[in-house]
Design a protein around this ligand. Sequence first.
Ligand code: WTA
Length: 635
Amino acid sequence: MSNFHIKHLEEYYQVYRKSVTNPEAFWEEIAEEHFLWRKRWNNVLKWDFSKPEVKWFEGAKLNITENCIDRHLLTRGEKTAILFEPNDPNEKAQHITYNELYKRVNKFANVLKQQGVKKGDRVCIYLPMIPELAISVLACARIGAIHSVVFAGFSATALATRINDSDCRIVITSDGSYRGKKTIDLKSIVDDALTETPNVKNVLVVKRIKSDIHMKTGRDKWLAPLLDEASDICEPEIMDAEDPLFILYTSGSTGKPKGMVHTTAGYMVYTAFSFKNAFQYTENDVYWCTADIGWITGHSYIVYGPLANGATTLMFEGAPTYPDWGRFWEIIQKHKVNQFYTAPTAIRALAKENLDFVEKYDLSSLKVLGTVGEPINEEAWHWYNDNIGKKKCPIIDTWWQTETGGIMISPIPYATPTKPTYATLPFPGIQPALMDENGNEIKENQVNGKLCIKFPWPSMARTIWGNHQRYYDTYFSAFKNNYFTGDGAFRDEVGYYRITGRVDDVIIVSGHNLGTAPIEDAINEHPAVAESAIVGFPHDIKGNALYGYVILKEIGESRNHDNLRKEINQIITEHIGPIAKLDKIQFTKGLPKTRSGKIMRRILRKIAVGEMDNLGDISTLLNPEVVEEIILKRL
Ligand code: WTA
């Protein structure tokens, strides 16, 4: 029996039992057998959730890029590591072998060094889905710099906030990006952001769209000539197991985004282990995850997990709609993709289109289908199963979070029987618990509860950059000695988990986590707005869409309301990005509040979804009269 690669249900149960009865021995065996260490650890695990402090493989020394690249060179040097499929189907795909990846990462790493980047420095990466994105991530890891990738759909303000929060001194970007028919001028977004970031002295620019852009002398440099001159050998920086590997921001229900900090050894071990098992990857497979590397899914399951396994990982620059709705299926046929991992929102959008777009292509290479980011509804699950997997490919509904670093609850394909809308069983090493309203663990099955994890796992985030107290408050204060996920879940009679959704003020729109508070803060910047509240409501394709209740100041009342709606969405686009735009904006005279002045979102949520008969007791509100007005003018 191998702990690393589980192939049968029986084996899953055996491995799982071992992983919870003796977690240290379990992870130690995996770490020993499957990775390259410069020095062995002194302790497998030290932890204390009351602080919280978690250390895996303390004392060990390693470099994650040696594990993702160097050690494959002997056996897989000419194998494709990154298969790049451009936005334009007429542009040739690029097969970047492990040998070539080694050289390109080392060159990039040398350029970073030459620009003064040192171990522990933070590097902001704001790039489209081009090979340089993966390469720059790995180049940072090569020299021990901490990468902070910001999704290139974020606005200048959002980018500036993230750059300042982790005090990045250097930004890597491109002259622009392609997305479908559009080109996006990324560099000018960066230029705008940098007016707010006094410490950034250095910008490296990748040429992608060959546009004529402004380069600020002394600050901005084209990357290509620097790479040309750099050596393709860069000795890896030898890192401690618990040295930070990267920061990745995620929205919170309140306040500014949280810079989740992931460290080196545990993250490597867990993403490699979970990749292998979740996708049942075997040597010559082509694996494709459609996420952007700007999100955790891309970090763990486009870059680190696959490369640590010596896999071929496909990176797609474009959009599922370009040149038409058949693009995903065309790519699967063209590259004979074996494992395909995408978001339910994409499946719902694709399922709305004519089946001809699917049937034109040969999808027989597929072996495993995955979903991530939000609950998958039954209809989308069946469409995916019937039309893409032809009922032959197990669907793995993988539940996890930016904070967890890797997949936590998911079927193991060909081992765990699947059940639509259920993420099913915890991965080895993962110990979920459901909590009741009083904070006690519910042991029975057939129950709903708040989902916690009661034991550490190797890839959990260790802190929030610069704010450990917030890390404690957000995740470890609600349930003593437990990590609280912020999600609700149902456990069925056989112990399968079904994630029911967020239980806090985070709304998942098209698979993107959006905190309500930052959107409200943005709206409130509009000179005509006095106050606002955002809630989610179900949407066919996006899963959830946003409904805003907005109180106008007097100057707003006399203005054209449709224009105001446009301006409000414009402000949101500028502060956060187009993903946070509101589908519905209702102007109102008041918002229902508790006597202590807190907005009662529960009531607003019910009105937005049309459950007006079921508002509960509103008599204790400070201002029950506003509820009627809100219902009358509901959109
Ligand atoms: C939600 C994405 C239901 C959940 C990897 C979680 C899911 C949040 C699933 C994290 C799933 C993710 N079923 N809900 N399979 N996967 N979620 O940080 O609410 O972008 O807390 O990480 O997405 O989103 P994040």
